[in-house]
Design a protein around this ligand. Structure first.
Ligand SMILES: [Zn+2]
Ligand SMILES: [Zn+2]
Length: 378
């Protein structure tokens, strides 16, 4: 089976810049993240492929090898590790990018066995009502937890990791190459300085195992799309007893059939009949906490906004409660009977007799059009 082209997988041009590749990767990784596509093996497969493609195209050496020789140029350098999973380092990499300085600088990462676990991002969909009132959400997060068998050490019960004999625990070895002494990551312990002689069967020496955790998240009232709730220490377990990462729950408010939200204000469209628009009346409009009566004054035009004070949203960061703004839409009557048509014709004749008096907008509009044509000399 031919492997898919890495550039196509990441949806970038072959001459794309590093930042373009990174940007596209980030978008796709978010989209196909297993956490967002629970149970979809197609998404998971895609997620792995995207990670594999990024692994190559983000590395200048691998990228140029791939450009020259295609998949044959990079397959051997992939390390055969496989398992670009949910917890791959790539992923924690893009998170640190998304969150920027929250995570601090990651430069000069020294490999020690005890590494902090990766941070996780969970996308939580809420209805508008839930977001406005606040809620307690149960979420299921696939993550890595400390292995219960070995307590995270990775060594079989009753044994412990030993100091790496190759590097005496330094994690690096010096090699003489001609005139130069080169320091290299220890090939035996891969820089950790320790060696597990007898790996734990449960976690295969990783100290962590895959598990789906169910967590309860308190969502405060007034949150909006993009708001993040941080659950400290609920990210992935650290490696070899390192501290756990954090879990970030990002809110995504679903579209509402009636209301649209803009900050603290809510908007809704209110259709009214032609007679109500002419004569005025009262009608019930919905708010998030029940119905209220809206008075429609006579001669109301379409598009007019009515403001219902404090019927909007109380913002999560404090501040005044927003308003509900109702936009009037006048409905044209349909399925008219012969009798109704005659009545409207009678009405029309009567209104036309009054000239511009009865239709301020239309006549204003026609005046505008006339001036426009006059200017053009038509
Ligand atoms: Zn274990
Ligand atoms: Zn070593």
């Amino acid at each position: 089976m031919a492997k898919e082209d890495y550039y196509e997988l990441l949806q970038v041009a072959r001459n794309a810049s590093d930042s373009e590749i990174k940007k596209s990767y980030r978008r796709l990784a978010m989209k196909y993240h297993p956490d967002r596509n629970t149970g979809s093996s197609a998404s998971e497969e895609k997620f792995k492929k995207i990670n594999e493609a990024y692994e190559v195209l983000s590395d200048p050496k691998k990228r140029s090898a791939y450009d020259q020789f295609g998949h044959a140029g990079v397959d051997s350098s992939m390390g055969g590790g496989g398992g670009f999973g949910f917890s791959s380092e790539n992923f924690s990499d893009i998170f640190s990018d998304v969150f920027g300085d929250i995570f601090g600088a990651t430069g000069g990462r020294r490999k020690s066995r005890a590494q902090r676990g990766a941070d996780l991002l969970y996308n939580l969909e809420l209805s508008l009502e839930e977001a406005v009132a606040g809620t307690e959400a149960k979420i299921r997060v696939p993550t890595l937890v400390t292995c219960a068998q070995c307590g995270g050490s990775g060594a079989k019960k009753g044994s412990a990791p030993v100091t790496c004999p190759m590097c005496q625990g330094h994690g690096a070895i010096r090699m003489q190459q001609g005139f130069f002494a080169v320091q290299q990551t220890c090939p035996t312990c891969h820089g950790s300085g320790q060696q597990i002689k007898d790996p734990c069967r449960e976690c295969h020496g990783q100290g962590r195992v895959q598990e789906t955790r169910t967590l309860s998240v308190k969502v405060p009232a007034g949150v909006d799309t993009g708001d993040r709730i941080r659950l400290s220490g609920e990210g992935e377990a650290g490696e070899s007893g390192g501290p756990p990462g954090d879990l970030y729950v990002e809110v995504q408010v679903k579209e509402h059939p009636i209301f649209t939200r803009d900050g603290a204000n809510l908007y809704c469209e209110v259709p009214i009949s032609f007679p109500t628009a002419c004569l005025g009346g009262e009608l019930d409009v919905p708010t998030l906490d029940g119905k209220v009566t809206l008075k429609i004054p006579p001669e109301t035009q379409t598009g007019r906004l009515f403001r219902l004070r404090a019927k909007g949203v109380r913002p999560v960061r404090g501040g005044a409660v927003g308003d509900l703004l109702c936009r009037i839409k006048i409905e044209t009557p349909v399925h008219l009977t012969k009798e109704q048509i005659e009545l409207i014709q009678t009405l029309d004749a009567s209104l036309s007799g009054g000239g511009s008096h009865h239709s301020p907008q239309e006549h204003g509009w026609f005046d505008g059009v006339k001036q426009f044509f006059d200017k053009l000399g038509l």
